[in-house]
Design a protein around this ligand. Structure first.
Ligand code: HEC
Ligand code: HEC
Ligand code: HEC
Length: 155
């Protein structure tokens, strides 16, 4: 009798401990739209609504390229990632050439990635349309590349 009480207590304690461990680095994955806010002081364009779940046919690391699969995924504008609100300049005001510093500008990071991928797919579709062999083949779905499609003008 005493043994089984001890066992139940042990099992309960282990369960609580495991729950705490999981809760400690729990990650909530947004399945629907994510509103990506600009991080500069005076944004010129409207914020971008990003349909996260529409992109889950890709690997998570395609975008969360620093993620190693265990730790919670961090925001793109985490310190020292894409955390600059304007394009970095040298002391005499010229644009910086170092690609690692340039990509810290949040706008460059998002545009290169989002527009880059959508454009690449459009190129493949153009090549498919141009090639007679692909007649009747379905074109690949892709995303927007025009400014107002991602940054809708508020009326
Ligand atoms: C096409 C690019 C892309 C893909 C693929 C993608 N994500 Fe994301 N995800 C984003 C962007 C952009 C954000 C918004 C980040 C921000 O606001 O800084 C985001 C946000 C997140 C967040 C919230 C992070 C936070 O700031 O709290 C989590 C968690 C996440 N994604 C998990 C995943 C998982 C898991 C997968 C794979 C199933 C995945 N994502 C696939 C682009 C992507
Ligand atoms: C690696 C490629 C890739 C990246 C990176 C990517 N997209 Fe896409 N995006 C796609 C594809 C493919 C589709 C079409 C999906 C479909 O219709 O099934 C799409 C669709 C979309 C759509 C239209 C969704 C709809 O329902 O019509 C929006 C808006 C969009 N993407 C925004 C973004 C934004 C904003 C980012 C950057 C944060 C981004 N995408 C990054 C590949 C990408
Ligand atoms: C595929 C979606 C997409 C397209 C197309 C796109 N952008 Fe962006 N843009 C973003 C995202 C995501 C951000 C970063 C988050 C934000 O600013 O809301 C951004 C940020 C910006 C910023 C910095 C924030 C601000 O408002 O000052 C400017 C300026 C901008 N975009 C202008 C443009 C212009 C001009 C075009 C057309 C040449 C364009 N964008 C096309 C997704 C897009």
């Amino acid at each position: 009798m005493r043994k089984s009480v001890l066992l139940v207590t042990l099992v309960l304690m282990t369960m609580i401990w495991v729950t705490l461990l999981v809760a400690d680095d729990e990650m909530v994955v947004p399945l629907g739209d994510i509103t990506i806010e600009p991080i500069n002081d005076e944004p010129k364009r409207s914020e971008v609504v990003f349909p996260h779940g529409v992109h889950f046919s890709y690997s998570c690391q395609e975008c969360h390229h620093k993620w190693e699969g265990k730790e919670p995924i961090q925001s793109c504008s985490t310190s020292e990632c894409h955390d600059l609100g304007s394009a970095p300049k040298t002391e005499d005001g010229k644009p910086v050439k170092d690609p690692e510093l340039r990509i810290r500008y949040f706008k460059k990071a998002y545009h290169d990635m989002c527009i880059g991928c959508h454009k690449d797919i459009k190129k493949i579709n153009k090549a498919m349309e141009a090639s007679k062999a692909s007649l009747g083949e379905k074109l690949l779905p892709t995303g927007p590349t025009g400014c107002n499609e991602c940054h809708p003008k508020d009326e």
